[in-house]
Each structure stands twice: as structure tokens, then as C-alpha cells.
Design a binder for this molecule. Structure first.
Ligand code: PLP
Length: 429
């Protein structure tokens, strides 16, 4: 069976089952391996437009604008949405019976499947609402004293910087900002940016895995190795890298990590993951109090109260969808979408790209600007004249520009239109 037929049938097959979920083996059996590389160094599957057209139909995006802002969140594909909605009806019908007698087991199944996807132990994973919550559980939960230092970067996400600032105001910790180079020549240059900010008082580095402003993927494993050699812990904001970059959390050897699942895993909106390395769990205080569970029980960090557990049904379907496409193949496609259009502007006299060109340093996201043009003006031009939705980033000290984020449903013709639009903007603005 062709993989595209399989994926389409899976949506129907899933709906026929009670939970809307297929067993892992049912997905795994039929995955063809079509990852041979073509002349341009891009896999055959990444360039197989018929395959990706079929994926677009599974997302059924609104036709009245071109979405190049998949960075906010990726819509759930229809099988995921269906599992979530069916779960909502079922849980509504079973009511407290579900909550009291079924929910706990189901929660553990979901946790185990998510942990397997992340390549870590289920006892190291919590399901949260998003990255913001996950990262706050870490930052607010760390037992730090006045004078202890945390190193963060000039391109970290605003809400994460706010979490750090609150910690500073409340507990007197010291924040040290480092500058991440926009176009590093080597991993070592990025590692050095963090290393030079470490002092004997440094307790942790706060590292954004994929910078949301530019799409720059940082060499997190090398940063962790350097930090650990100096007795410093590493907190990773992987909001954009998880299920986008092809990696397992265990590959990073970080101490703490937060991510959103509604971004690149395409889960229902309102889901995130918190990872805490087993031996670090006793060190964290929960954001919600829990003195009942053992100190090293990750569940002490997720006493979040009553939640929409139907989201977890959608999450499990999203994991299957991700695995059916294949993490490596998905990452390759997303990188291909980036280079497909950015290559037109790498040497342009007015167009500026603030995203590294090297394939290991980016995914789908890129940051583009035109010399002398306010990003807001460029963003409006792209929308008003070409119906292209983007994310303008005005007034950032180093990363101002317009963020362009294609996603799994993006066809190449949308990127052709983007190239035409930027070419035109560079002439008339
Ligand atoms: C780097 C980074 N961290 C954290 C977040 C927050 O994600 P969420 O709104 O899902 O909590 C974002 C959102 O775009 C982000 O880009």
C-alpha cells in the first residue's frame, strides 16, 4: 500500500475504533522507507509533492489566505481532531465514571507514549498545557538563592524571560545575558557564547533549542556537555524544536526541558510536555503544591486539577501521525521548504536573511527583512497584496524581520508566491 493511501485510510480506520486510535504496530508495519537522497542532497520523500499534497488534504486548511505562520501553532490533522472530538463526547457521557475509574490509567498510557516519542523514561515526563507552563514549573521550582546566576540569551522567548525576571525580583537571583551569533561559523562559536558568561555563581543555562525569531537551531548537546563539565545545569526551551528537528530528548543530556505539543507535533491546542531528568526531580518544587507524592515522583509537578482529557486522545493520535510520516522525513521536508524559497535571497542586495543557511542550523522557520523597511510594513504588504500571513517582528534589538513559517500542509506554490511577493516588495518599498 502506498504510504499516502495508508495515511488517508488511517483516518477512517481510526474513526471506526472505539477510541479513534490505532495501535502503534498497525502504523509501523506499512511504513515504506523512501529516504534515498537525490542529486540536491534532499531526500526523495521531501520532494514528493504528491505525498505532501495528500497530507495537505488531511489538514484541510482554510482557503482564503496563505498561511506562512505555522509557527504559532500547527493545526491538528483531521484524524487528530476527530480523536479529540470523539473523546470529548465519550468523556462527557461517561462523566465522573471516566474521571474516577478510567482517567488515571489512560493518563499513564498517554504519558508512556509521549515519553517513548521523546526517548526518555515515563517517570521523567509530565503533560502540561504548553511550553510556558512547563518552563515556569522549572524556573519557579528551582531552589535558588540570592546571588545565584542564570545565563540566558538575547534571543530567548519573551514569556520565558519574564519567568526569569520574576525569579530575579522575588529571590534576588542574577540574570546574565549572552548574545547568540545570528550566523555562526561553528557550533563552538555558539557554545563559547554561553561559556564566557559562566562564573562560579552560575547555577543554570537557559537555552532556546530553536530560536523562534530566526529559526536558528542551537547545538544543545554541545552546550550541555560544556555546562556539565563546569557543574552547571541546563534548562532547554524546545518549544519549536520538538517533533520538528529530528532528535530525542535523551540525545541532548539536558537537565530540564519544556515544549509545546500543539506546535510541531500537531496535537490539539493546549498541550505541552515537561521533562525533568530523573535525578533532578527531587530538586524541583511544584508550581501547584503536592506534599503527598514522593520527592522523586514526577507527578508531584502536575497537580493541575480537572482538565480536558479528550485532548490526550488527540495527542496519542498526533504521535501516531508523526511516526507514520517519520521524524527524519518530516524534518527533511520542513528544511526543504525553508531552502526552497530562501535560496533566492541569500545574495540579494536588499533582502536580509537572519536565519543560518547551513542545513543543520535551521528547520522550517526563517526570518526575512528588506534593508530600510519596517517589518510591520513588509508584513502588511505581504498580506494586503498577496494574502500571505506572516509574523512581523518589529523593534527587536538583533532579530527584527518578518518570520516566515511554512508547515506540513504548505505546497510549493505558496512559496513561489512568497518569492514573487518579496521580489516585488524589494522593488517598491
Ligand atoms: C521559543 C518559544 N518558547 C516558548 C513559547 C511559548 O509557547 P506556548 O505559547 O505554547 O506556551 C514559544 C511560542 O511561540 C516559543 O517560540
Amino acid at each position: 500500500m502506498e504510504r499516502r493511501d495508508f495515511l488517508r485510510r488511517s483516518a477512517l480506520g481510526g474513526a471506526a475504533l472505539g477510541t479513534g486510535l490505532l495501535s502503534k504496530s498497525a502504523w509501523g508495519e506499512v511504513l515504506p522507507k523512501r529516504f534515498e537522497r537525490g542529486v540536491e542532497g534532499v531526500s526523495a520523500l521531501a520532494r514528493d509533492e504528491a505525498f505532501w499534497r495528500a497530507r495537505r488534504r488531511e489538514f484541510a486548511p482554510a482557503p482564503d489566505f496563505i498561511n506562512l505562520e505555522y509557527g504559532y501553532f500547527c493545526p491538528a490533522p483531521l484524524p487528530v481532531l476527530e480523536a479529540e472530538q470523539k473523546g470529548s463526547s465519550e468523556i462527557n457521557a461517561r462523566a465522573s465514571y471516566f474521571m474516577r475509574r478510567e482517567m488515571w490509567d489512560e493518563m499513564e498510557t498517554t504519558r508512556a507514549e509521549l515519553a517513548a516519542l521523546a526517548g526518555v523514561d515515563a517517570g521523567e515526563v509530565c503533560i502540561t498545557r504548553n511550553t510556558t507552563e512547563s518552563m515556569n514549573i522549572i524556573v519557579q521550582g528551582l531552589d535558588l538563592e540570592a546571588g545565584d546566576e542564570i545565563v540566558y540569551s538575547d534571543q530567548d522567548y519573551g514569556s520565558m524571560v519574564e519567568a526569569l525576571r520574576q525569579k530575579q525580583e522575588r529571590f534576588g537571583i542574577v540574570l546574565k545575558q549572552t548574545a547568540v551569533p545570528l550566523h555562526p561559523e561553528s557550533d563552538e562559536e555558539v557554545v563559547a557564547a554561553f561559556e564566557q558568561a559562566i562564573t562560579p555563581r552560575t547555577r543554570a543555562l537557559h537555552v532556546t533549542h530553536m530560536i523562534n525569531l530566526t529559526g536558528h537551531v542551537l547545538p544543545v548537546r554541545k552546550i550541555c556537555d560544556m555546562a556539565h563539565a563546569r557543574g552547571v545545569e541546563v534548562i532547554v526551551d524546545s518549544a519549536h524544536a520538538f517533533a520538528h528537528v529530528d532528535y530525542k530528548v535523551s540525545d541532548l543530556d539536558c537537565d530540564y526541558l519544556g515544549t509545546s505539543l500543539h506546535k510541531w507535533l500537531c496535537s490539539p491546542v493546549g498541550l505541552g510536555m515537561l521533562y525533568v531528568k530523573k535525578e533532578k526531580i527531587p530538586k524541583l518544587w511544584g508550581l501547584m503544591g503536592d506534599t503527598v507524592r514522593a520527592d522523586d515522583d514526577i507527578r508531584k509537578l502536575e497537580r493541575l486539577g480537572t482538565r480536558p482529557y479528550n485532548h490526550h486522545r488527540g495527542l496519542r493520535e498526533a504521535i501516531r501521525y508523526h511516526e507514520a510520516i517519520g521524524a527524519a522525513e518530516k524534518y527533511e521536508r520542513l528544511r526543504y521548504l525553508n531552502t526552497y524559497w530562501t535560496q533566492h535571497f541569500r545574495d540579494h542586495e536588499r533582502v536580509v536573511l537572519k536565519t543560518p543557511a547551513a542545513s543543520e542550523r535551521h528547520g522550517a522557520i526563517a526570518n526575512v527583512g528588506i534593508e530600510g523597511v519596517d517589518p510591520k510594513v513588509l508584513g502588511e504588504f505581504l498580506y494586503d497584496r498577496y494574502s500571505i500571513l506572516t509574523a512581523p517582528i518589529p523593534n527587536h534589538p538583533v532579530a527584527s524581520g518578518v518570520r516566515i513559517t511554512p508547515g506540513l500542509p504548505t505546497p510549493l506554490r505558496h512559496l513561489d508566491r512568497l518569492v514573487e511577493a518579496i521580489d516585488s516588495a524589494a522593488k517598491v518599498l
